[in-house]
Design a protein around this ligand. Structure first.
Ligand code: SF4
Length: 457
């Protein structure tokens, strides 16, 4: 998906809406549904207390990340897990290549994992001649369609059921009027053989508990459980920020993820993996590998204004509530992570020059911060990226000059009031024809001045 050229969010959004106008309805419907479920699920609990606790825990884990990572490595190793470290995507893929070779892997089943999307694991595996099967239904749908995920937790959120039925009819031979259950059954039948024949299962991790060396995964379909237990080898790619101090912390964090993500009290399946199959166990892999991936996270952790973004638990709630994301879904962001958290992470992990436009794709309405289970101040961070982009000379042509001029006018009260009166009258309509101001006035209502010359809110 990604290119090295700057991500032109606006052009991609326009193109998407022009070519597939149904996306807006599909995404708005699905995200509104998830957002409503979250509200109901939050209402059942002492939301404030749980979110405060989770926010504090995640900050504590980040502040002591080096210590907890070392402890996690020690415990995982003691459990029989082989631990690897990767500074960047290419190192992570080199570890993967070594493991593919070591275990003579020809076929891989994958549980849903945004980190493997981030590092481009599928393309790398295919380049090694390995057959890859995404086993999450949404991921499977978009893999068959040669697309990338449109949402952190709901990869095919941009697709309607009718769309998917038509796709499955041509690719899997299902009836044209197949309902969601029939579509899921068709995918399941296809994937069953892959589960039984794959040599390697690949997943991400929701968390790793440092005190016990446990990889925790939560899901709804059971495919992660199969991916981690049926093949001979399980490899988990884990962002270094996913470590939490204690196994007991999962008792609060996993239900909170589910409530924020889908409105469920807990996902249907929780897998806690502490090592390979033991001598007295009938099931499970012979070998488990955990690959801790940095890929820009250490640098982000050291950023005093943006490091909190690493507290994210990838629930997707900020995407569901974001009025901008709802219009298009995640594809115009042109990166693994989309929506408000994607727009905050992208400049840090991809570079400001490449991703400066993503923090602009926000109304700064504050809804994302309102719903975030770990209280990440996303709007403030988006503004900071915008300030940094402006300071670096990046941004839309003419915008810096317009803002500078407006600041000068706003700091001269008499001129400000005269300007407000003029702009709320016929002159305001004329401004709508000026290229830079057109962008500002298209979606904003100009302030009104009262007769006394005072501006009104
Ligand atoms: S930033 Fe907050 S709301 Fe958004 S995905 Fe992360 S944890 Fe969820």
């Amino acid at each position: 998906m990604p290119t090295e050229t700057p991500i032109d969010y606006r052009a991609h959004a326009r193109g998407l809406l022009r070519d597939t106008p149904g996306v807006r309805d599909a995404v708005t419907r699905a995200t509104s549904h998830l957002d409503g479920n979250r509200e109901l699920a939050y209402a059942e609990i002492d939301e404030r207390a749980l979110r405060d606790w989770a926010a504090g825990l995640r900050r504590h884990a980040l502040a002591n990340l080096d210590r907890y990572l070392l402890q996690a490595e020690e415990r995982l190793t003691a459990n029989g897990v082989e631990v690897h470290w990767a500074d960047d995507a290419s190192e992570a893929l080199a570890v993967l290549a070594t493991l593919v070779q070591r275990y003579a892997v020809r076929r891989v089943v994958k549980g849903k994992s945004m980190l493997t999307e981030e590092i481009g694991a599928n393309a790398a595996l295919e380049g090694m001649g390995v057959e890859v099967f995404e086993t999450d239904l949404g991921e499977y749908i978009i893999q068959l369609a040669h697309e990338h995920p449109s949402h952190i937790i709901a990869p095919a959120i941009h697709r309607s059921v009718e769309d998917i039925a038509a796709q499955f009819e041509s690719q899997l031979g299902t009836p044209s009027d197949a309902d969601p259950e029939a579509l899921a059954a068709a995918a399941r039948a296809r994937l069953r053989e892959a589960f039984l024949s794959a040599e390697m299962g690949i997943t991400g991790a929701n968390f790793v508990a440092a005190d016990s060396g446990t990889v925790a995964l939560v899901e709804n379909e059971g495919n992660i459980r199969l991916s981690t237990s049926a093949p001979r080898v399980h490899v988990a790619f884990v962002g270094i920020e996913k470590v939490v101090p204690r196994l007991a912390d999962l008792g609060g964090l996993l239900p909170l993820i589910s409530r924020a993500a889908t409105g469920q009290r807990l996902g249907n399946y929780v897998s806690l993996i502490s090592g390979p199959r033991r001598a007295d166990e009938a099931d499970g892999p012979e070998a488990v590998h955990v690959v801790f991936v940095d890929n820009g996270r250490s640098a982000l952790l050291g950023d005093p204004e943006q490091g909190e973004a690493l507290a994210c638990i990838r629930c997707g709630a900020c995407l569901n509530t974001c009025p901008v994301f709802r219009q298009t879904g995640g594809h115009p962001y042109q990166w693994a992570y989309s929506g408000p958290i994607g727009a905050v992470l992208a400049p840090a992990l991809l570079g400001l020059e490449r991703a400066w436009m993503l923090p602009q794709a926000s109304t700064l309405c504050g809804a994302c911060e309102d719903v975030c289970p770990v209280r990440i101040p996303l709007p403030r961070m988006l503004v900071t990226w915008r300030q940094r982009a402006a300071a670096a000379g990046l941004g839309f042509a003419g915008e810096a000059l317009a803002v500078k001029s407006w600041r000068w006018v706003a700091s001269h009260p008499g001129l400000f009031h005269r300007s407000v009166r003029a702009m709320s009258g016929p002159l305001g309509h004329a401004f709508g024809g000026v290229p830079v101001l057109r962008e500002w006035t298209r979606f904003r209502v100009l302030p009104q001045a009262d007769d006394a010359g005072e501006d009104t809110p």
